[in-house]
Write a protein that binds this ligand. Structure first.
Ligand SMILES: [Zn+2]
Length: 193
């Protein structure tokens, strides 16, 4: 068994040993959802004060409002009753370190993990790659505040999102743990009714 697998299963056994949350209802008790980045340094339960059953947390690379993130948000309100949403990107996001063109080039070169240094991303070129990456929009980020604004705007204008849900735009600072508002995004995300 891999060390990682063993560690995860041991941690789960300890968690389950005194587990007492088995009767929670499915709908989030605090009626809100967070869309945020998968970055390992972000712990939404801690930075937003969540316990099991409190809120939906939807995560992807960048915390971007992709079609799939919107699918989850729509299910979140339509079937599970959330009434307020947060879009939370963060400082030092990996999505700021590359472009579609770079990612496509790296994948075309090989499927091995790339390395990065001051001059950018490099691929070992070991083994074969794939041009399938050319068909993916990697939703990279040039500017944090701008990406939060764009995503809040996209969700706000989406035909399946009702006007009464306010959408708040924030950037999590990985150095301080603080949530910094992107006022323009929150303004764009204001409830319409
Ligand atoms: Zn990130």
């Amino acid at each position: 068994m891999s060390q990682t697998l063993e560690a995860v299963l041991n941690a789960n056994a300890a968690y389950a040993a005194d587990f007492d949350k088995g009767d929670l209802p499915m709908p989030p008790g605090r009626h809100f959802a967070i869309l945020t980045c998968m970055d390992a340094r972000l712990d939404p339960a801690k930075y937003a004060g969540l316990a099991e059953g409190d809120a939906h947390v939807i995560r992807n690379a960048g915390g971007r409002a992709s079609d799939d993130a919107i699918r989850s948000l729509v299910i979140s309100y339509k079937l599970l009753g959330t009434r307020e949403w947060f879009v939370i990107h963060h400082t030092d996001c990996g999505m700021e370190t590359f472009t579609d063109e770079i990612m496509r080039g790296l994948l075309a070169s090989s499927l091995k993990t790339a390395s990065v240094d001051a001059s950018g991303w490099h691929d070992s070129g070991e083994g074969s790659g794939s041009t399938e990456g050319n068909y993916v929009d990697w939703l990279t980020i040039k500017d944090n505040a701008q990406s939060v604004l764009e995503d809040v705007q996209r969700i706000r204008r989406h035909p399946l999102v009702p006007g009464e849900i306010p959408i708040y735009g924030y950037i999590y600072d990985v150095r301080t743990g603080k949530l910094i508002e992107v006022p323009e995004a929150t303004r764009v995300g204001m409830a319409l009714v």
